[in-house]
Design a protein around this ligand. Structure first.
Ligand code: SF4
Length: 405
């Protein structure tokens, strides 16, 4: 690949999106390897010095980060469990963000919340502060599965949480579900999908369980072996989710995500389009000026890193992505979207030879009906739904081999 087409300059590529990591949970779910601290069932923002100290650090990091020319269009509070923050802490973070970067008047401001961790009063306060989108971590509507994966809430608490969202008139909310759990039956999966649809969310995410080696599941179960459902069963769960959610009026716009018309997640589109974003907080990754940077994953190391950042006036050197990195990231993220990756984007990054190499590599997958290739230069490369999405790893592996021999 020649590098004459896209010059990765450090002076452009400013983000208009920010991810803010709140790394506290009541306990650790058995499948989770995220960078979090466990604080138990009784502590939360108002009563935990760990959370208070973390919010101070986070605001210091935000306040020292150089702003771009445009205000932010999206802010996403993820975790962890951001609904453990007090309204005052959320206000402190949002005010720091607004002072430093500005917020567009129609900015999407999302927060991940867990059932059992917030009241109607807190939800109303969050809304007053500008939160206009909620992502509720439900995972399943079957109590025995919730228990078996170490979730800290019950189905009754999910129902209470949904009632609170409706009472607070949060019209834009999404639910997350997991398939492929140990001992999960197809019937239980259908129950969760049906119940989720009945709650009336604007957005639904369905993730297939990934057994990470450092987790309780990783130490208990062998990937691919019982009681984890076999691959054919999880593929069946995926296909049935596509069929059910489409029939219920949701657009399958991303490999794991579905939305009512007009309600796709604007923040996550930034990742899928391989566009720049700020990342703040322990373990968060940012992508600014073509440089990807992951922060330390423990609170102690993160605290030390923030002090170093302050000492360097918010400027730390990190490696700029190569054109090949940029190309692969664009393909990996963009092929997750139903609209696919425009040929023109690939041409800009890699040039005509690279586009030819990609199209040649994908021709056999088109014959298999996993990929749709464009017939016009202004078209896009797409994975088919559901087969292309289901076997996306194989397509990406072939692309990786073809582009980085
Ligand atoms: S609530 Fe989310 S972040 Fe927290 S332990 Fe469970 S999966 Fe991990």
């Amino acid at each position: 690949m020649t590098s004459e087409h896209l010059s990765l300059q450090t002076t452009d590529h400013w983000p208009t999106s920010a991810y803010i990591h709140i790394p506290f949970c009541r306990r650790r779910c058995f499948y989770c390897d995220f960078p979090i601290s466990v604080i138990g069932d009784r502590k939360r923002g108002e009563t935990s010095t760990s959370i208070a100290e973390y919010v101070t650090l986070l605001c210091q990091e935000i306040a020292v980060t150089p702003p771009g020319p445009q205000p932010l269009n999206t802010v996403f509070f993820g975790g962890g469990t951001p609904s453990l923050l007090s309204a005052q802490q959320l206000a402190q973070i949002l005010q720091t963000v607004e002072r430093q970067f500005g917020l567009a008047t129609d900015a999407e401001i999302s927060i991940e919340m867990d059932p059992g961790t917030f009241s109607l009063a807190l939800m109303q306060q969050f809304k007053t502060l500008g939160i206009n989108r909620v992502s509720l971590g439900v995972q399943s509507f079957v109590d025995e599965l919730l228990q078996a994966c170490g979730r800290s809430h019950t189905v009754a608490e999910i129902e209470q949480a949904i009632a609170i969202l409706h009472q607070a008139e949060i019209s834009n909310f999404g639910l997350d579900l997991i398939s492929g759990l140990p001992n999960q039956t197809l019937e239980q999966w259908h129950t969760s999908l049906d119940q989720a649809i009945a709650c009336g969310p604007t957005h639904l995410s369905t993730y297939d369980l990934v057994v990470e080696p450092t987790t309780v599941f990783g130490k208990t179960y062998q990937p691919g072996a019982s009681p984890l459902p076999p691959e054919e069963a999880t593929a069946h769960m995926y296909r049935s989710a596509v069929a059910k959610l489409r029939a219920a009026g949701y657009d399958h716009y991303e490999i794991s995500n579905y939305a009512r018309s007009g309600y796709t997640c604007r923040h996550n589109q930034v990742y899928w389009q391989n566009a720049p974003y700020y990342g703040f907080g322990m373990g968060a990754t940012s992508y600014v000026h073509w440089q990807r940077f992951s922060r330390p994953r423990t609170r102690k190391d993160y605290a030390h890193w923030v002090q170093t950042l302050i000492a360097h006036h918010g400027q730390l050197d990190c490696e700029t992505s190569s054109n090949l990195d940029c190309l692969m990231e664009t393909l990996m993220m963009g092929l997750r979207l139903a609209v696919g990756v425009p040929l023109s984007t690939l041409f800009t990054i890699g040039g005509a030879d690279t586009v030819d190499a990609i199209l040649n590599c994908l021709a056999p997958f088109q014959a298999q009906q996993w990929v749709e290739l464009p017939t016009q230069p202004d078209g896009a490369i797409r994975l088919t739904d559901p087969d292309g999405f289901l076997f996306s790893n194989r397509v990406l592996a072939a692309l990786w081999q073809a582009l980085d021999p």
